[in-house]
Ligand binder design. Structure first.
Ligand SMILES: [Fe+2]
Length: 160
């Protein structure tokens, strides 16, 4: 899988988890939220550490700066939710806001950033980058709960 295919696959997985989460209640809602938080933590990390630095150029810089600000906002909502109980009145509303922000971010990446990146990098470069990102994702997943890192990343946007 090349880097863009990998990220699009992750976008689709998160979209499906949000759909399930909408219908869930109580403990299963919390578990689905934790899966979403893990998936988004891994996704943001491999983008910030690998994909964004590798795709930074005069054409993409503005998009990347916006992307890391969106990641920051998403991480802050995740950090809030990790501290909440699904029975709390604002839990569902906060998940809905998280979902909306992720949908917006995905739309911009798939609609604006990825087409630019396809002009910048060759298929081979995207394949190599995809391998590095897959390894990084597996390492994060094997380390336990990737979401645990999120509350420590809410101070400022990741540098690109
Ligand atoms: Fe992203």
């Amino acid at each position: 899988m090349d880097a863009i295919e990998l990220l699009e696959t992750q976008h689709e997985e998160v979209k499906q988890l949000f759909k399930k989460c909408e219908k869930a209640r109580g403990e299963s809602k919390r578990q689905l939220f934790e899966q979403i938080a893990d998936a988004l933590a891994v996704h943001a990390s491999i983008e910030e550490k690998h994909f964004y630095p590798a795709t930074k150029s005069a054409r993409t810089e503005d998009l990347l700066q916006e992307a890391v600000e969106e990641h920051l906002s998403v991480k802050r909502i995740i950090a809030d939710l990790l501290d909440m109980d699904p029975a709390e009145a604002q839990f569902d509303a906060k998940i809905t806001v998280l979902q909306e922000q992720v949908e917006h971010h995905v739309k911009e990446e798939e609609g604006d950033l990825f087409p630019q990146v396809k002009k910048l990098l060759s298929k081979d470069q995207l394949e190599d980058l995809g391998l590095v990102m897959e390894d990084a994702a597996e390492e994060l997943e094997s380390g336990g709960a990737p979401r645990a890192a999120v509350p420590g990343e809410t101070g400022e946007a990741a540098p690109i």
